[in-house]
Design a protein around this ligand. Structure first.
Ligand SMILES: [Zn+2]
Length: 278
């Protein structure tokens, strides 16, 4: 396979020069984040961007995020909302953005999470400082180095001819169904996690697993690994806790789906396209 590129989602970014953790752009912009993982946005809903001079005047440290094309992005965490802006939760802001804004904002949130959660060494309890040689933090006492956490998470589109299996988690907005997802446990492969998670969540067996693509997703520090699989056997059973409902949907009659910015939506749209429905 691999003949059906995912289109209209934010996974590939092949046309963008994105260097996480690198400086060196000719322009410099600062994203403003609250200490409760909210984003400062201006009245039109797009993220507030400050010059480094304005940001430094707050007295807070700037955290380097990365360079996209010619612009180097930094992030700053503030308690108080800046004048003329408002704080909004990350998810609705992020899913409305195009790649050029999605990438630095997603990375900024993950970078700030990392700095805030690793102020002290997990091994000996002494403070950490920015490493002189790489993008990590190093303990001043025992030299342990730590790096931003990335948690691999499999997300699987299960197909059965013209049907796909989609499910609802209790935290979803009303009426929305999505592909099934779960974290990869220490000691298992991504493929094993697909089989295990699907069986645990909806009680069906799958086969013909095929990798589709990946997406960095800051809820929190996840790396979504997208797979497609075919149904093999079993009727849907849900536990009513993690998954409150799961159904087979015909691909010409789908429920409310996740936003375009998600790999889940990308995989569903790619399948519809392949079956001649788009
Ligand atoms: Zn230490």
């Amino acid at each position: 396979m691999g003949s059906s590129p995912l289109t209209g989602w934010l996974g590939d970014h092949l046309d963008l020069r994105w260097n996480p953790g690198e400086s060196g752009g000719s322009q410099h912009q600062v994203l403003v984040i609250s200490n409760r993982r909210e984003v400062a946005v201006i009245p039109d809903g797009s993220p507030l961007l400050w010059s480094p001079e304005v940001a430094k005047a707050t007295g807070q440290l700037l955290t380097l995020v990365g360079t996209l094309d010619q612009t180097t992005y930094y992030a700053i965490a503030l308690d108080e909302v800046p004048k003329g802006a408002r704080f909004e939760p990350l998810r609705p802001v992020l899913i409305g953005l195009q790649s050029t804004q999605f990438l630095p904002l997603s990375a900024a949130m993950q970078r700030l999470d990392f700095v805030r959660e690793h102020q002290f060494c997990g091994q000996c309890g002494h403070p950490t400082v920015a490493s002189a040689t790489d993008r990590g933090l190093t303990c001043v006492q025992c030299n342990l180095s730590v790096y931003p956490r990335i948690s691999p998470c499999v997300i699987v589109l299960i197909t059965r001819g013209n049907e796909v299996l989609l499910a609802r988690s209790p935290r979803f907005v009303d009426g929305m169904y999505s592909t099934l997802a779960g974290f990869v446990e220490a000691g298992e492969s991504a493929e094993h996690a697909c089989h295990r998670e699907i069986f645990e969540e909806v009680g069906v067996a799958i086969h013909n697993l095929r990798y589709q693509g990946s997406q960095s997703w800051p809820f929190k520090h996840s790396l979504m690994l997208g797979y497609r699989a075919e149904w093999l056997s079993g009727d849907i059973t849900v536990d009513g806790v993690e998954i409150v409902d799961a159904k087979w949907f015909s691909i010409d009659k789908l429920p409310k789906l996740p936003p375009n910015a998600s790999i889940s939506r990308g995989m569903i749209e790619a399948y519809r396209q392949e079956r001649g429905l788009v």
